[in-house]
Design a protein around this ligand. Structure first.
Ligand code: BV8
Length: 254
């Protein structure tokens, strides 16, 4: 998907961009916290935006849940097949590249695409709170996992080890987040000077609670979003604009 032509940043934004750049240049520990809006300009549908959001076409809460999978495993599997094909066609956008180019950043993402790593971010510095669509795992307890060919994603099938269904290695609504990822995300938020919050409605918990955790621990919070969100009240600086336009201006070294 070609990235939309950038509009120039408004003068008011420029003042806010400067104060945000000031915060970033003084940061010793900089952490990004990202949501579906980071990948929107790569053509990956978000959960909430009416015109493109998955809510508009599906009840994502039902499909992205163990109950939904139990009710109709074929439907849920084909939903992920479509999303995997879309992800295989998607390319990292300017926002992914701006984040990836900052080797000093640690990244906490709610997203299950691999665009931040494909943009060049060090996988060891990316915490994927909600798992990844690039792998399937056993829905049972045997621990079997397998990497998926995103260009030719398989449909519903059973675990070769125990016979249970295989399902995407993502965290569904009502499921616990992976303990290791959650512990690392808490550690990063408790220790950062600046938390850069990008493209999230901040309504999905416990992930969204990390913003207040960082703030209460003394971090400055910069929010980048195309519209106000539940993160707005916690922002020290809020920049309303597309991530693909704002992040390069915010993070470039010049
Ligand atoms: C848990 C993987 C507890 C799957 C995802 C009732 C029943 C069950 C649970 C709950 C319940 N009520 C509340 C809960 C808790 C629930 C929750 O928070 N629900 C919310 C919706 C009310 N949370 C959970 O269930 C979590 N688990 O609580 O377990 C537990 C305890 C003990 C024992 C067992 C269990 C698990 C949550 C994880 C769900 N999985 N993803 C999949 O994707 O298929 S979350 C999913 O939603 C995605 O990860 C996505 O990231 C996230 C949506 O949030 P956002 O990323 O913010 O995306 P969104 O579309 O909302 O917003 C995009 C933003 O970007 C917008 O603001 C838009 O303006 C902006 N934007 C758009 N374009 C751009 C942009 N910004 C900048 N530039 C642009 N170009």
């Amino acid at each position: 998907m070609s990235e939309p032509k950038d509009r120039t940043i408004d003068i008011a934004d420029t003042d806010r961009i400067e104060s945000a750049r000031e915060l970033l240049s003084n940061a010793a520990q900089l952490v990004s916290f990202t949501g579906a809006g980071l990948s929107a300009e790569s053509g990956i549908a978000t959960f909430r935006d009416a015109q493109t959001g998955l809510w508009a076409k599906f009840d994502a809460m039902k499909l992205a849940s163990a109950d939904g999978f139990a009710r109709d495993p074929e439907l849920v599997s084909s939903w992920y097949q479509d999303r995997r094909r879309a992800m295989a066609q998607a390319r990292p956008n300017a926002a992914h590249r701006a984040l990836a180019e900052r080797a000093d950043l640690h990244h906490i993402t709610q997203n299950i695409d691999d665009l931040l790593v494909r943009a060049g971010a060090d996988p060891a510095r990316v915490v994927s709170l909600h798992g990844t669509m690039t792998r399937d795992r056993c829905h049972g307890t045997c621990g079997y996992e397998v990497t998926i060919d995103m260009h030719d994603p398989p449909g519903l099938r059973t675990c070769p080890t125990c016979g249970e269904h295989l399902r995407p290695a993502v965290v569904w609504f009502g499921e616990m987040l992976p303990m290791e990822a959650w512990t690392e995300a808490e550690r990063l938020c408790l220790g950062c000077d600046v938390l850069l919050v990008v493209g999230t409605s901040a309504v999905v918990y416990p992930a969204a609670g990390l913003i207040a955790l960082a703030k209460d621990a003394g971090a400055q919070v910069i929010v980048v979003n195309t519209q106000p969100s539940d993160a707005s009240a916690l922002a020290d600086v809020e920049l309303i604009g597309r991530a693909g336009e704002v992040l390069p201006a915010l993070l470039s070294s010049k």
